[in-house]
Design a protein around this ligand. Structure first.
Ligand code: PMP
Length: 412
């Protein structure tokens, strides 16, 4: 491949030869280690996004890279036409780790969500006698679950959805963080297969629901014999200060969706976990993917999960997350540029005091970049902060200094 000598050159190439389906901040990264990344010019940054919460274990974690290279030299892909000697041990490890009977391996978050939707529909058909054409899944307003045709069918994001129809039917949308709305919809419909929910809405701008929301909605699902399906693609794997965000309320989902950090961002891996009574409705030949469950993915995910546990990253996220919000709360008391700091563990966001249509949040992120920290706005006036969980206190305090000093430049 052509050697890239400047960020400008790389951006021009992407612009000319790549589809324009993203709007990245103008940082061209060429190296990562732990909580840091470097651009082509050699500038060093704190990564404060972690590839949307995928790189929880830090960039190029040596244990994960070691697992990757050892397995890559041995066997990478068999497809599921044959067995491989890594999938079974990984499934044993991961099902014990998360406390479920069975795991179905996929590659991306959206694929795992699709898998969970299919699983819930088939479960409703087989165990509740819901007609195949009538099964419904309850979803929440402002959800984000991926970008496939079916998933965008129940998105509120007009940019993601508009003119991509016709849309897949079978979804009922209710407001997020509204237990009564779920109760009503479950009482009025007898064809509901599942309730698909993000324990914290990440892409929407880090909305943490009221305490008790997950526990109460899970209880309603149980009462109405509906599957509680937790999409923990962004919130899972220690990000919010517990292994899973549902652990904050001691809720065990009927179906758990994982992606992103299950592999530490080293290789695309996702998974759906459920107990036998649910997972067993899927039979040979009914679902799969060429790469799902490949030996490389399993070896990488196994190492990535070990790192989470061995390095106590959930505990670190809880501790540093609390400190981060305390420090920023102190700052906003004296500042007129940020209205709110919210989040859990190391999944946080600030709300900029400006309209969503303004470019202030974008300009702040460009200034943060110039000051050595990478973050990205979401929905106009929200900036999400999600650093790798291997950060230490000194680094976090350093980052808070960068953030507050940058924000001060934008005070009115
Ligand atoms: N679910 C949630 C909650 C997510 O945040 C995302 C990605 N941001 C996805 C699903 C989709 O994952 P992927 O991009 O790997 O398809």
């Amino acid at each position: 491949l052509k050697e890239i000598k400047s960020s400008e050159e790389a951006i021009k190439l992407e612009d000319k030869h790549g589809a324009h389906n993203y709007h990245p901040l103008p940082a061209v990264l060429s190296k990562g280690e732990g909580v840091h990344v470097w651009d082509v010019e050699g500038n060093k940054y704190y990564d404060f996004l972690s590839a949307y919460s995928a790189v929880n274990q830090g960039h190029c974690h040596p244990r994960i890279i070691e697992a990757l290279s050892q397995q890559a030299a041995k066997l990478t892909l068999t497809s599921r036409a044959f067995h491989n000697d890594v999938l079974g041990p990984f499934e044993e490890y991961a099902t014990k780790y998360f406390g479920f009977d069975k795991l179905l391996p996929m590659n991306t978050g959206a694929e795992a969500v699709e898998t969970a939707i299919k699983l819930a529909r088939k479960w409703a058909y087989e165990t509740k006698g819901v007609k195949e054409t009538e099964a419904q899944i309850v979803v929440c307003e402002n959800n984000f679950h991926g970008r496939t045709t079916t998933i965008i069918s129940f998105s509120n994001d007009e940019g993601a959805r508009k003119n991509f129809g016709p849309y897949t039917p079978g979804f009922l949308k209710i407001p997020y963080d509204d237990v009564d709305a779920l109760e009503k919809v479950l009482e009025e419909n007898d064809n509901i297969a599942g309730f698909l929910v993000e324990p914290i809405q990440g892409e929407a701008g880090v909305y943490v629901p009221s305490e008790g929301y997950l526990e109460r909605t899970k209880a309603l699902c149980k009462k109405h014999n509906v599957l509680f399906i937790a999409d923990e693609v962004q919130t899972g794997i220690a990000r919010t200060g517990k292994l899973l965000a549902v652990d904050h309320e001691n809720v065990k989902p009927d179906v758990l969706i994982l992606g992103k950090a299950i592999s530490g961002g080293v290789y695309p891996v996702s998974a759906v976990l459920a107990d036998d009574k649910v997972m067993n409705v899927i039979k040979p030949g009914q679902h799969g993917s060429t790469f799902g469950g490949n030996p490389l993915a399993c070896a990488v995910a196994h190492a990535a999960l070990e790192v989470i546990r061995d390095e106590k990253l959930a505990e670190n996220a809880e501790e540093l997350g609390g400190l981060f919000r305390r420090l920023l709360d102190d700052f906003i008391r004296t500042s007129n540029i940020v209205n709110e700091v919210r989040g859990k563990g190391l999944l946080n966001a600030i709300l900029i005091n400006d309209s969503p249509e303004s470019t202030t949040a974008w300009d702040i992120c460009v200034a943060l970049k110039n000051n050595g920290l990478l973050a990205k706005p979401t929905h106009g006036n929200i900036i999400r902060f999600a650093p790798p969980l291997v950060m230490n206190e000194e680094q976090l305090r350093d980052c808070v200094d960068i953030i507050t000093n940058t924000l001060k430049q934008f005070e009115k």
